[in-house]
Ligand binder design. Structure first.
Ligand code: ASP
Length: 423
């Protein structure tokens, strides 16, 4: 633990990540008990609001953090070569780790075969699932915003990141006094927004308690979901969790150890507030401001790297989502008794990769993008109804691994740039 944090913890009692863990634990207990006392619909409005305020608070600061930190980070790189080098390494790391995650998912689901013999009658109607179809070319074209204010208003992170990179890059091309004014301005906004982040994070235990109680209550009050968990859906969830554990407990820590030359467990402990926030909110976007703060303050990663690698990662680097999409697509094929050829399975890895890149860092986005993977190999879209009941159970850990992948990326790239880290 950092000195400053230790002092703060001594002053205020328990460290924040413990408080969040207690919030999660109490949330589970409260969700179950409240369901025994009253129907979920009756009590949930009295609890849910606290989680909503916490989530909205985090989302409120995402865009100012992303814009100012990326513009400052890119401007701070100084020259095109540094920007190109860091961007190249970042994209390579993201692509390779996401592909590994997808391959782990594919292998496990083929070995365990959770979908074989699944009860198709338990499938829920999928009217709530929108279509996430967008061609690869469209995805690329849409990275360039036609109206940056529209992107800002809609919270479309990828176009905002693109504009911030361009803006930061050209900040270096104007007269020094103008560049200095902008740097000073962005630095000031960034500092203020980070102070707001710290304030919001203090509310995390209460917010997380409310979110978890509400989620558990929703599941506990849905007997059909519980019933279906007893069968193949339960095995499906275990396969997803197992795959995510391999990615988050073996693959990524090994990369941190071997390429990043850092102790992965100490790193994980330092990032625990970020990871618990991702886990309980199901939103890597919401965990981003905390991730940027802790990667810099606790791990000693420079602003230049953290503010480039992490926002980009929270938008395009989704290890957990890619793994989930592979497992789910094959699970659905198994449930419907459809035999997939090797070429189709490779196609699933490829589309899962693209779908994961296009997935927004918000709850359930990965499930919506699943439509792309299913359409690519001609699997029935209604198959999504099979896994709807356990979406929350899969979204929580996959978001955590999505975010952890970003944290590890920042460490590895910072080390490769010769930074001295404090992990
Ligand atoms: N909830 C995930 C995230 O925010 C995205 C997904 O649904 O897969 O990272």
């Amino acid at each position: 633990m950092e000195e400053a944090e230790k002092k703060e913890a001594q002053k205020k009692g328990l460290a924040l990540h413990w408080q969040i863990l207690i919030g999660i634990g109490l949330g589970i207990v409260a969700g179950i008990l409240l369901c025994k006392i009253a129907p979920y619909e009756e009590w949930s409005p009295y609890i849910k609001w606290a989680g909503d305020i916490f989530l909205r608070g985090l989302r409120m600061i995402v865009i100012p953090v992303v814009f100012t930190s990326i513009a400052l980070g890119v401007a701070g790189m100084g020259n095109t070569a540094a920007l190109g080098r860091i961007a190249g390494k970042t994209l390579l790391y993201y692509l390779v780790t996401t592909a590994i995650a997808a391959a782990i998912g594919l292998t496990l689901v083929n070995l365990v075969k959770p979908g074989v013999g699944a009860n198709l009658n338990l499938a829920e109607k999928v009217s709530t699932v929108g279509k996430g179809e967008m061609s690869f070319i469209d995805q690329i074209v849409n990275i360039v915003p036609s109206n940056i204010f529209e992107s800002l208003a809609k919270g479309d992170l990828l176009p905002i990141i693109f504009f911030a990179i361009i803006f930061g890059f050209f900040m270096n091309k104007v007269e020094k006094r103008h560049a200095d004014t902008l740097t000073h301005l962005f630095q000031t906004i960034y500092e203020v927004v980070m102070k707001i982040t710290m304030f919001i994070i203090r509310l995390a235990p209460i917010g997380v308690f409310a979110i978890v109680a509400n989620t558990v209550g929703k599941q506990a009050g849905n007997p059909q979901a519980l019933l279906s968990m007893a069968g193949s859906l339960g095995v499906f969830v275990l396969v997803v969790w197992g795959g995510l554990l391999i990615q988050g407990g073996i693959v990524l820590p090994t990369l941190v150890r071997v390429i990043g030359k850092q102790n992965p467990w100490r790193h994980m402990a330092k990032m625990s507030t970020t990871l618990l926030t991702a886990f309980s909110t199901c939103s890597s976007g919401a965990a981003l401001p905390i991730n940027i703060r802790d990667s810099q303050e606790k791990c000693g990663i420079s602003n230049k790297i953290a503010s480039f690698v992490l926002p980009l990662g929270s938008t395009i680097n989704m290890n957990g989502t890619a793994l989930y999409e592979c497992v789910t697509a094959i699970f659905i094929a198994q449930a419907y008794g459809i035999d997939l050829t090797l070429a189709q399975q490779i196609m699933i890895i490829f589309t899962a990769l693209l779908a994961a890149i296009g997935t927004a860092g918000i709850p359930m986005a990965g499930m919506v993008m699943l439509t792309i993977v299913l359409s690519a190999v001609g699997l029935p879209l209604e198959g999504i109804g099979l896994v709807l009941a356990v979406e929350q159970l899969c979204d929580m850990p996959r978001t955590c691994i999505n975010t952890y992948g970003d944290c590890c990326g920042a460490v590895i790239i910072a080390h490769s740039e010769g930074e001295k880290l404090t992990i």
